[in-house]
Design a protein around this ligand. Structure first.
Ligand SMILES: [Fe+2]
Length: 324
């Protein structure tokens, strides 16, 4: 048996699991501020507190050695059902429609198509409409790309993108979040059945009321501040519940939070991720908080390998030792 066959047999023999979940907001400003070679526009920096927060996540993800990173993005909007990327390799140029002067990114990503098949199958089993995106020329949205770049700029871990069904915006919040819970549970079963060690990313900003005028220099941090005290207080309330592991209270307050601050979590990414993780009563680690054009953004980690959660095996305990 060659090494590839042995590795694949080992993967199918073990039960998959979610290692960690990250709230991973996607303002294109973060990629712009970092100046990676893939992005055409260049900056003088900016939004460092959020970019440094992502640095911690990068080190952690490398240490965990996951098989795949799954991301649910509000900017891949699908009106009918929930879609998964199902093309082995996707590459192209992604341009932010609102901020083309900040984000023109050449992406090249490997998709975990076996997991895509399993996710679609399990979602259908939940009674959801699920579809596989098989167009090889599909242009991946900037929300998916920004979150994945900020978590792993090396792009050396396969990924799986999941769309955001648009029902919370054109139909009803309750119905939409119920769908997200089913989608999360389906995602977890797909991960377990395919033997994947998976990282989840909820590509959501928190409060989302924002300024509509940009300074001459977009990265001029003397012009970057929270949109309002009220919105800031809402973000702190939600973040505090995350830090305390009060996941049930967090779920209860989300509808009002969405209404009062136009919070982007309305798109369902956070609820999808919490549901996939089984709504863990686990104190989350906040790596950083910062505003982008006034919106509230938090980089937050739920580490399911921590001994307090009762899940780790010896390999994971070694894996969580990371340099940050
Ligand atoms: Fe967004």
């Amino acid at each position: 048996m060659d090494s590839h066959s042995a590795a694949s047999e080992e993967k199918t023999q073990k039960t998959g699991r979610i290692l960690a979940g990250f709230l991973a907001p996607h303002p294109p400003h973060l990629v712009y501020g970092e100046n990676p070679p893939q992005n055409k526009p260049k900056s003088q920096g900016g939004w460092e507190n959020l970019r440094w927060a992502y640095d911690h996540c990068r080190a952690k993800i490398k240490a965990l050695k996951p098989d795949v990173i799954l991301v649910h993005s509000p900017h891949w909007q699908t009106v009918v059902g929930h879609h998964v990327l199902r093309v082995p390799k996707l590459s192209g140029l992604s341009v932010d429609p609102i901020f083309p002067h900040l984000f023109q990114y050449r992406y090249n990503m490997e998709i975990d198509v076996e997991l895509a098949d399993a996710c679609a199958e399990e979602a259908s089993r939940e009674g959801l409409i699920a579809k596989k995106m098989t167009n090889p020329n599909f242009r991946v949205d900037y929300g998916t790309i920004v979150s994945l770049h900020m978590l792993n700029p090396d792009w050396d871990i396969p990924v799986l993108g999941i769309s955001a069904n648009n029902s919370p915006y054109y139909f009803a919040h309750d119905y939409a979040q119920e769908q997200m819970i089913k989608l999360g549970e389906a995602t977890r079963r797909a991960i377990e059945k395919t033997g994947r060690r998976a990282i989840l990313a909820a590509s959501n900003t928190l409060s989302h009321l924002h300024f509509d005028r940009e300074p001459d220099i977009p990265e001029d941090m003397s012009r970057e501040y929270v949109y309002s005290f009220d919105q800031y207080q809402w973000d702190m309330k939600v973040i505090d519940l995350m830090r305390q592991g009060k996941t049930d209270e967090l779920m209860a307050v989300l509808p009002e939070f969405m209404e009062k601050t136009a919070a982007e979590v309305k798109a369902g990414s956070l609820v999808w991720m919490l549901a996939a993780m089984g709504f863990p009563p686990l104190p989350a680690q906040v790596h950083g908080y910062g505003s982008v054009i006034g919106t509230g953004n938090a980089v937050v980690e739920w580490d399911l390998t921590r001994p307090a959660h009762g899940l780790p095996d010896s390999a994971d305990r070694e894996a969580i030792v990371c340099p940050t």
